[in-house]
Design a protein around this ligand. Structure first.
Ligand code: URA
Length: 247
């Protein structure tokens, strides 16, 4: 981690104030004065600021149930930001240090993980880490029973998305029994899709690639974490939930 970031994490100082202290020679790393803010340090280094040993604050790991109409961004734009839901809660501070480990589109609902631990996020978002994300998808067009097997195979084999050089990684498609009553009312055919990547609009583009259209999209699971909080609510992950991603 960069020295200036470590100082912000372990004190109440802003980034500009941390850099000022570093330039002023007030910061010592393992007995040596360090005046370059980009110096990489490790959590087990001894770092002092004006002779006071700094201890990094623990990282935070949060699961939230994202409503539709909320944007996965740190700033409000056309829609309120996901972080505005956290900021309404006085029990959580320094929300500007948090980021989202795998964003959802503004119209998508469901499970979002939020943290200030960038290394942990890597384990969730990098495709080679094979972290599964399961979506419940409502489709515009129902899938005929005799077409299910071939469709499942196509998702498993990988799909060619527009504008991509490589096929999608193997995905697991489970077609849920169509509820005749719903289809008559013009409602969705539902499927579950489990993927290990997070390309831009990936699920919507995967169904577009097979001639269907996503009408509703809800993420219900990441790895072993199943969404268990009410819409718009959040909770901290347990230590074992956090460490399950440290592989
Ligand atoms: N895939 C999408 O198309 N949208 C999301 O929000 C998440 C996955």
């Amino acid at each position: 981690m960069r020295l200036d970031k470590f100082i912000c994490k372990s004190t109440e100082l802003t980034k500009a104030e941390a850099i000022q202290c570093i330039h002023a020679g007030e910061v010592i790393v393992n007995g040596e004065t360090v005046t370059v803010e980009s110096t990489q340090i490790h959590e087990n280094n001894t770092i002092t600021l004006n002779d006071k040993i700094l201890k990094s604050r623990p990282f935070r790991y949060i699961v939230m149930h994202k409503p539709a109409g909320i944007v996965c961004s740190n700033i409000d734009g056309d829609y309120p930001s996901l972080f505005s839901l956290l900021e309404n809660d006085s029990s959580i501070e320094r929300t500007s240090e948090l980021h989202i480990a795998g964003r959802l589109d503004v119209d998508t609902t469901g499970l979002v993980l939020i943290t200030d631990d960038g290394r942990w996020t890597y384990n969730i978002t990098r495709p080679d880490k094979q972290c599964t994300k399961t979506y419940r998808v409502g489709l515009s067009y129902s899938i005929a029973e005799d077409a299910v097997e071939a469709l499942v195979e196509r998702f498993k084999h990988g799909l060619q998305l527009q504008g991509e050089n490589q096929l999608t990684l193997p995905a697991l498609l489970e077609v849920l029994p169509a509820k005749t009553s719903n289809i008559k009312k013009g409602e969705n055919q539902e499927v579950l899709l489990t993927i290990t990547e997070g390309k831009y609009h990936q699920v919507k583009r995967m169904f577009a690639a097979v001639g269907n259209r996503v009408r509703t999209l809800h993420r219900e699971r990441i790895g072993d974490i199943q969404l268990d909080v009410e819409l718009g609510q959040w909770r901290y992950l347990t230590a074992s939930e956090v460490s399950a991603f440290d592989k």
